[in-house]
Design a protein around this ligand. Structure first.
Ligand code: FES
Ligand SMILES: [Fe+2]
Length: 418
């Protein structure tokens, strides 16, 4: 009997050497990709958009994740809601643009019309016995924390509260609800989504690949890391004491393998991720008056990392498209009242991460090309500097195994009955 994709994936994970990279099929095969979309991406909280992108009732954004498409709307009561972007008539996609503003969502096929609360409010020529109540849009769970909108496809999603509780205090001082997106960069990378995250979770490559970024940040993002230079340790201590006095959270959050936040100062004399280290935007975020708040490094697995500073924030969202294609969206946010050409210059605002993203894209795509070849074998992560990557892959492998286990059982019972 042909081994099913469930058995095969399970067995690859079971035989995996701990803390080594994954077998080739995890990076290239459609069947494995489909399985992980179904078992893994469908159950985790995914960073989708920012609240400031849908600040007014009727504003909406569309987010596509694998085969799924979601519309996130600001309802009339000001709450954020999300729905599957699939019409309840015959399944057409409803919203086709990336974003819009409307009092109602109208399907382009036969004009079934939905309210911002997802209810079907009009459907022409469906007869007298047709009940609109039964054909509302299918909701997607939403979590909002400090200006970030997360979605979860599960019908019984994991509790969002721990993430909100732990992470929101780091974000609130930056007033991201009252920000605006100054620039969006969409990169479709020819690499598996896990390679994009694996690359992000280590700075083993930083010294060789990111000359611009390394002027600004340290390659170690744990302030307790023994390899941090004594001068930087001293700076962390000094800035930490300042932030304590201001009531600004900075210590490393612990207790979750899925998300974490920490506020770290930049290299001495620098306050922002710009080429010269000076703020990119003269109007600071929220009601901040001190430009030197370092950056909040917010990680939310499986699809986001962020740098939130006093003058601007940079958000990163990773969305799988297919086994070897991934959309990486970077957004640069400034205060909503900041004016381009007056308070900030787009080139200065974006240059560090535009070049870093281009460098990372090359690394991930080159990694993908090498993995495609017959010589690829999983290799070991460095215990000294690839801990973040190791933890991510370990988490992914454990989650996949846990999700596959009940299916193996069903398969075995099916086989025995046949
Ligand atoms: S498929 Fe949407 S109205 Fe027919
Ligand atoms: Fe990088």
């Amino acid at each position: 009997m042909k081994e099913s994709i469930i058995d095969r994936t399970w067995s690859m994970l079971r035989k995996r050497k701990p803390d080594w990279s994954l077998d080739q099929p995890f990076y290239v095969e459609q069947d494995v990709f489909d399985l992980e979309m179904k078992l893994f991406f469908s159950k985790h909280w995914l960073f989708a958009a920012m609240t400031c992108e849908i600040s007014e009732p009727g504003d909406w954004v569309r987010v596509d994740i694998g085969r799924e498409s979601v519309v996130i709307v600001r309802k009339k009561d000001g709450e954020v809601a999300a729905y599957h972007n699939t019409c309840r008539h015959r399944g057409s996609r409803i919203c086709q643009e990336e974003r819009g503003h409307a009092g109602r969502l109208v399907c382009p096929y036969h004009q079934w019309t939905y309210g911002l609360d997802g209810q079907l409010i009009a459907a022409r020529l469906m007869g007298d016995d047709f009940s609109k109540d039964e054909f509302g849009l299918i909701p997607v769970a939403v979590g909002v924390a400090g200006g970030y909108i997360f979605v979860n496809f599960s019908s019984s999603p994991a509790d969002f509260e721990p993430l909100k509780r732990d992470v929101e205090p780091y974000l609130l001082p930056h007033g991201l609800d009252d920000a605006k997106v100054a620039y969006t960069q969409n990169l479709v990378e020819d690499a598996n989504w896990k390679l994009v995250i694996e690359n992000n979770r280590e700075c083993y490559h930083c010294v060789g690949a990111h000359p611009e970024l390394m002027h600004i940040i340290t390659e170690f993002d744990d302030p307790n890391d023994p390899r941090i230079k004594p001068e930087y340790k001293e700076l962390v201590k000094r800035k930490g004491a300042d932030w304590d006095r201001l009531g600004i959270p900075h210590a490393h959050t612990h207790g979750s393998e899925v998300y974490r936040a920490v506020r770290l100062p930049f290299a001495s004399g620098r306050v922002s991720m710009t080429a010269d280290g000076r703020p990119a935007c003269t109007k600071l975020l929220g009601n901040l008056t001190d430009p030197d708040l370092g950056s909040v490094r917010l990680l939310s697995l499986p699809n986001s990392w962020n740098h939130i500073q006093a003058d601007h924030a940079v958000t990163f969202r990773v969305l799988p498209i297919s086994p070897e294609k991934t959309l990486v969206t970077t957004k640069w946010l400034v205060h909503k009242d900041a004016q381009e050409g007056v308070d900030y210059d787009l080139e200065r605002l974006t240059e560090i991460w535009a070049s870093t993203n281009a460098q990372d894209r090359k690394l991930a795509e080159n990694n993908q090309l090498g993995i495609r070849g017959s010589a690829y074998r999983p290799g070991p992560y460095s215990g000294l500097i690839e801990g973040g990557t190791r933890d991510f892959v370990r988490w992914y492998a454990n989650e996949m195994q846990a999700a596959l286990a009940p299916l193996l059982q069903i398969n075995a019972e099916h086989g025995a009955a046949a």
